[in-house]
Design a protein around this ligand. Structure first.
Ligand code: IPM
Ligand code: MN
Length: 352
């Protein structure tokens, strides 16, 4: 029997509630597919910070390195100033564990939940590969004359050839393995960001021409990309982009696939510890009410099994999610599903 050690960080707000349902579904899949999943919970998040002042102890980072995967609920607490937990927990983990890919599938399961007119599941099925360790997120920059009328704020976008190229290679490999249209679109801003995206574009062309001749290379400016997401999402197969643009376009992606209730992502280090999470936040106003949609966390669990190589178990979870979305739920939004958080978890678990 195959056995996997999984670190679990419920985190803040509704995080623990949705992670509980994800674990329920993972356990159902494990039973059926003869796997053993050993969970180690970590108490990390806003509550711990407010109680002890600890954000993410170094010892925890060291321990996390020993796991192949982390399942994360949500980070963000209304009692903590914005930026502290996001940078101290989420971004620190992404950076220190070198999770240099943020993989975000955008897939519509039921046209009832798409805000776009006449778009059906066959039109919305693509994946965004977001660079996850560089760009505007590194914290490079600073203030000059802070707090005076002459103050200057500089926030630099860091793009290393090594960091960009490993992201592009991952995206090319992923496109090949996905084996659909075999088209990779670079989303950038070569017309204005003539340093950063010049490097990206050259690396894209060189890497693609040399090692991935079977993959069609496509380019779109990021502003146009958002337009196509709404107008012709069926044009996309796999999209690769930098950290900031990836952050922005995947929120739009989440909306066209039915909202934050269903959108999941993976922070991937192909050689190390990867972390899977629902891409929505901690939803403080729904906390403890048993109304939040756990499907995004369940889909994060599915991505985790897929990443671990348990493709059949992952496919079974996805099939169960699709059935529940199409045949049971009235809506994907919190409080409107027609079922509670725990009931949705039960529905998926029994179908796996
Ligand atoms: C996301 C989030 C994070 C990001 C925040 C919470 C730091 O928006 O995962 O997309 O910007 O990456
Ligand atoms: Mn985001």
């Amino acid at each position: 029997m195959k056995s996997y050690n999984i670190a679990v960080i419920g985190g803040d707000g509704t995080g623990p509630e949705v992670v509980r349902e994800a674990v329920k579904v993972l356990d159902a899949a494990a039973t059926k597919y003869n796997l053993k999943l050993n969970y180690t919970p970590y108490d990390i998040g806003g509550e711990r910070y407010l109680k002890t002042g600890e954000i993410l102890p170094d010892s925890v980072i060291t321990e996390l390195r020993k796991f192949p995967a982390i399942l994360l609920g949500a980070i963000g607490h209304p009692g903590v100033k914005p930026g502290i937990l996001e940078k101290g927990i989420l971004l620190r983990t992404r950076f220190e564990l070198e999770q240099y890919i943020n993989l975000r599938p955008v897939k519509l399961y039921d046209e009832r939940f798409c805000p776009l007119k006449d778009k059906k599941p066959e039109h919305i099925d693509f994946v965004v590969v977001r660079e996850n360790n560089e760009g505007l997120y590194t914290g490079s920059g600073g203030f000059v004359f802070k707090g005076t009328p002459n103050e200057i704020a500089v926030q630099e976008s860091i793009n290393t050839r090594r960091g960009v190229e490993r992201c592009l290679r991952y995206a090319f490999e992923y496109t090949r393995k996905r084996n659909r249209a075999k088209k990779l679109t670079l989303s950038g801003k070569t017309n204005v960001l003539t340093f950063a995206f010049d490097l990206w574009f050259r690396a894209f062309e060189e890497t693609g021409a040399k090692d991935y001749p079977d993959i069609t290379r496509d380019y779109a400016h990021v502003d146009a990309t958002t337009m196509w997401f709404v107008k012709n999402p069926e044009w996309f197969d796999v999209i690769v982009t930098d950290n900031m643009f990836g952050d922005i376009i995947t929120d739009l992606g989440a909306m066209i696939q039915g909202g934050m209730g269903i959108a999941a992502g993976g922070n991937i280090n192909p050689q190390g510890t990867s972390m899977f999470e629902p891409i929505g936040g901690s939803a403080p106003k729904y906390t403890g009410k048993n109304v939040i949609n756990p499907l995004a966390a369940i889909c994060a669990g599915q991505m985790m099994l897929d990443f671990l190589g348990e493709t059949a178990a992952a496919a079974a979870i996805e099939a169960a999610v699709i059935k529940v979305v199409r045949e049971k739920l009235k809506d994907l939004a919190a409080g409107k599903m027609g079922y509670s958080t725990t009931q949705v978890g039960d529905l998926v678990a029994t179908l796996v």
